[in-house]
Design a protein around this ligand. Structure first.
Ligand code: TYM
Length: 328
């Protein structure tokens, strides 16, 4: 039997994804389809933990789903669905919440970062428990994510150990899969903080659907340093190192090779080359995104949810038995 993979992505804001999502996570989502049984989810319930507008949200969910198809998630090979359409996620989340310590949730970095903006709603605190339920529901072995999800994965592994020792062996211990280069893509405007969709300055991120001229402008305005040579040094040159990692991803060339080529070229020429590599890499994605039909995408995800519900129900029968929620 092929090992299983699960990952999820939030339809935040207008649902468009950025290159951090692609480089840190989605490239592995796509690649893993060749060797594993993959299950991918637009985690709409998670996105409700910060303030949002229901009308924008409807389209945001579709935009995220379309982006996943555009980068190469193939519904003929992988299960793709909206989290909210498979109620077993919420059911398992409740069960896991009864073995989760509130202290551990309060220590989560993302919770601490987001609670100022979102207010201290219970959903935001419980967010990592629902994420653990996403992963455990399908009994998966691998979870391709960016570096920022490490703490959530650790909690998931803790819950596996706690559940299995309390109720009997049920869940395998899931492993985090992160790329060696690009696991944390940084903001173009502040290379010491993570590229994020919730950043109020759109120049800090590049969206998968950004037009070529927008991409060029954003890369040109990327914050670097006052030196003149291109080198890979996260401590002294975070801006340039970030651009090097992006270029390595989009060209397939090694960092060393790129440094050799651009060391003395000057920042302007280097940035132009980075921008062109990104434009070239994103053009087919943008074109596919635009060609996809909303209704057709909705049908694909509906079918995914139907399959996922059946599978999830099978898994939950055994979980319910273990925790004493069934007759036998
Ligand atoms: P989300 O929606 O914030 O991001 C989706 C994926 O993109 C990665 N990512 C990045 N990688 C590198 N550099 C960046 N700047 C960057 N920004 C985002 C994230 O690490 C993630 O892999 N909690 C998750 C969603 C989730 C999930 C799950 C993931 C819910 N349930 C179960 C895996 C398994 C999140 O907020 O991702």
């Amino acid at each position: 039997m092929r090992k299983r993979v699960f990952s999820g992505i939030q339809p935040t804001g207008n649902g468009h994804l950025h290159i951090g999502n692609l480089v840190g996570a989605l490239r592995n989502w796509v690649a893993m389809q060749d060797d594993y049984e993959c299950i991918y989810c637009v985690v709409d319930l998670h996105a409700m933990t910060v303030p949002y507008d229901p009308d924008t949200f409807r389209q945001a969910r579709i935009n995220t789903a379309k982006s996943l198809l555009a980068v190469g998630i193939d519904p003929a090979r992988s299960l793709l669905y909206y989290q909210s359409q498979v109620p077993q996620h919420a059911e398992l989340s409740w069960i896991l919440s009864t073995i989760t310590s509130i202290g551990q949730l309060e220590r989560m970095t993302q919770y601490k970062e987001k609670q100022d903006k979102a207010g201290q709603n219970l959903g935001l605190l419980a967010y990592p428990v629902l994420m653990a339920a996403d992963i455990l529901l399908h009994k998966v072995h691998y979870v391709p994510v960016g570096d920022d999800q490490t703490q959530h994965l650790e909690l998931t592994r803790d819950l596996v150990e706690r559940f299995n020792s309390r109720f009997g062996e049920e869940f395998p211990l899931p492993e985090r899969i992160t790329p060696e280069i690009g696991a944390r893509v940084m903001s173009l405007q502040d290379p010491t903080s993570k590229m994020s969709k919730s950043d109020p300055n759109p120049a800090s991120y590049i969206l998968l659907v950004d037009e070529p001229d927008v991409i060029r402008r954003k890369v040109r305005s990327a914050v670097t340093d006052s030196e003149r040579y291109v080198a890979y040094d996260w401590e002294k040159k975070p801006g340039i190192s970030n651009l090097l990692e992006l270029m390595a991803f989009f060209t397939g060339r090694s960092i060393d090779d790129l440094v050799e080529t651009y060391h003395d070229s000057g920042y302007a020429a280097f940035k132009d080359a980075v921008a062109e590599a990104i434009v070239e890499g994103l053009t087919p994605i943008r074109q596919t995104f635009k060609a996809l039909d909303d209704d057709e995408v909705a049908r694909v995800l509906q079918k995914g949810a139907l399959d996922a519900r059946q599978r999830a129900e099978q898994e939950m029968i055994s979980v319910r038995k273990k925790v004493g929620l069934s007759a036998s």
